[in-house]
Design a protein around this ligand. Structure first.
Ligand code: SIN
Length: 275
């Protein structure tokens, strides 16, 4: 098993293993790579839906997604799909999956099933690197702060997706979500400090309005989006990416008009977050 960093601060290419036939030591090494680098990218994988589910169960618990279409046969698998005739994609802005849950999902295992001839890459940004690189005045400003996260403005019946051609695909639009988390968390497994706010789901700091919160949030986002914190996953048939939601943001690029893209996602259960 070979683990090669993709960039100075984010991502690792992992080769020499098949996810469907990992031994326990390889699984532990892969988990460490994901917790450390934020995302692991594996090529030439052969993973049936049953093997995808079995691998996720070996990693830990599975969170069933409330919004995306589910594979009818396999409810553990959420379909992240854009048809050739659609304009909108799912996840096409920087975000951290499930930050609006009280116990946010640990991460996801995304399997490429249908890809456009080019484009449709996914960007990842490492929030440990983002925190480390903050200037001291920003580190001081976020110390001890907590922030409120929700998905209602994105997925609800009057939310952002409801105005788009993705509206009919989504479920759960009547659900209400909301959770408050520290702005800087410690990674539950590595102990590294991580910036834990994101442009899609973080609304305001605890005790402040949205308007009061926006200037500092925007400074944090601008700093976190620095290309030095990022890596880019270019999908190929057989590519699987496994990422850690606590340690990363991601952004699915929507630059393949007229082509379909379909990914199968299993969301892995997380643990309580703390500063
Ligand atoms: C997502 O989970 O946000 C989608 C990622 C992707 O489709 O690349």
């Amino acid at each position: 098993m070979r683990i090669t960093p993709m960039t100075a601060n984010a991502g690792a290419s992992v080769s020499g293993i098949q996810l469907a036939a990992l031994d326990d030591a390889e699984l532990e090494a892969l988990k460490r790579a994901v917790y450390t680098h934020g995302v692991a990218v594996l090529r030439s994988q052969s993973l049936s839906p049953e093997e995808h589910i079995a691998f996720a169960k070996r990693w830990g618990g599975i969170d069933i997604n409330n919004y995306f279409p589910l594979d009818g046969e396999y409810p553990e698998i959420a379909i992240v799909r854009k048809r050739a005739d659609q304009q909108t994609n799912i996840g096409g802005a920087w975000h951290t999956d499930h930050s609006y849950d009280q116990v946010p999902a640990m991460g996801s295992i995304l399997v490429a099933r249908v890809l456009p001839p080019s484009g449709g890459d996914t960007l990842f940004a490492h929030m440990g690197a983002a925190y480390d690189a903050l200037p001291d005045d920003l580190k001081d400003a976020v110390e001890g702060l907590r922030a409120f996260h929700t998905a209602d403005h994105v997925y609800a019946l009057d939310g952002a997706y409801a105005q788009t051609d993705m509206a009919s695909e989504l479920r759960g639009q009547e659900m209400k979500t909301g959770a408050t988390h520290p702005v800087v968390i410690r990674h539950p497994r590595t102990g590294r400090r991580l910036l834990y706010v994101n442009p899609s789901f973080t609304i305001h700091f605890e005790g402040q309005t949205r308007e009061e919160s926006l200037p500092l949030l925007q400074r944090l986002y601008n700093a976190a989006m620095d290309e030095a914190n990022q890596c880019r996953v270019v999908w190929e048939p057989g590519t699987v990416a496994i990422w850690d939601n606590r340690a990363t943001w991601h952004n699915a690029l929507n630059d393949y008009p007229g082509y379909a893209r379909e990914m199968h996602r299993i969301t892995l259960s997380g643990e309580a977050l703390a500063a």
